[in-house]
Design a protein around this ligand. Sequence first.
Ligand SMILES: Nc1ncnc2c1ncn2[C@@H]1O[C@H](COP(=O)(O)OP(=O)(O)OP(=O)(O)O)[C@@H](O)[C@H]1O
Ligand SMILES: [Mg+2]
Length: 342
Amino acid sequence: MSDTAIVVEGLGKTFGSVVALRGVDLEVPRGSVLGLLGPNGAGKTTAVRIMTTLLRPDTGRVVIEGRDVVSDPDGVRRVIGLAGQSAAIKEELTGRENLVFTGRLYHLPMARCRERASELLERFDLSDAADRQARTYSGGMQRRLDLAASLVAEPPVLFLDEPTTGLDPRSRIGMWSVIRDLVSGGTTLLLTTQYLEEADELADQIAVIDHGTVIASGTSDSLKDQVGGDVIEFDVPDRRAIRRAAEAVAGLSDVPPVIDDDNSHVTVRIGRRGSQALIDAVRLVDQAGVEVSGLAMHRPSLDDVFLTLTGHAASPAPDDAAGSRRSRRSRRRREASGGRSQ
Ligand SMILES: Nc1ncnc2c1ncn2[C@@H]1O[C@H](COP(=O)(O)OP(=O)(O)OP(=O)(O)O)[C@@H](O)[C@H]1O
Ligand SMILES: [Mg+2]
């Protein structure tokens, strides 16, 4: 068998006049995590629904563990689990009953269903609420139960459509650790998210999707390199010295430093030269006799990547105040650099 668990080629899907997917290609090696990252309406759920046999593609093909989603949907269903964007749990059943019920759908013997239910309730911190109707669960508990349900049959390939949207930061981090455990056990995972940070945390490879097309893919680091690699930034309290400071560090980069006169701030992109460039920067400004403050090096965020690639922010959900703050910050940075990064 090949080492690729998920192959997607030329996937296209149109709803009336809306083109949801226009030729998406993806490949997910077995045991790895692909993060499908994109804003609202990018086509993430449509792609997941096709990959999980819930929707037929107009064009292209999807093969999961050697099984084609169109010609062998039952075969595909046997090897996949899905936690969709909206929880698919039955509210009138208890948490435990939901898991047992799901196990029965997969034709697991009753004893095995009960055993899996107890294991998963424990793992998802739902044991105390196990015998309460799911309607009494909080949103976060319902999402955890939904994810637990997708794991009852221990599928080798798992699809999670925005697994942490709507969770508070603590629950999100809890969910990340559960997902990491799963992956360390060898599960192949395709995860969609609007959260750059989440893709950064969990995904081995990231495919950035916008308007139904994959506009970039690679590791988080390689995507960050596409926007120019690491950045050194500093302030120059004496505004008259700012040009001298910028000239001093110009040799660290192939592109000229960006001077933000309004904020008396200098930014220089240093690629992957690492901390030696930081040491050099300190020495160079010192030799030039310029006093600087706040000199620091940072990796671009995936937020910067998204903004550079698409020209718009990754539209974080309204509850993601930190995400909005990050977007605003990087927008300001971009404006400060005169939109150079585009
Ligand atoms: N059943 C449908 N009928 C009509 N249009 C649809 C249908 N499903 C999706 N679309 C449209 O296809 C496009 C892609 O939608 P999709 O749900 O795949 O996006 P998404 O990336 O999952 O977005 P979100 O982050 O909001 O979940 C959107 O323009 C959406 O309105
Ligand atoms: Mg969606």
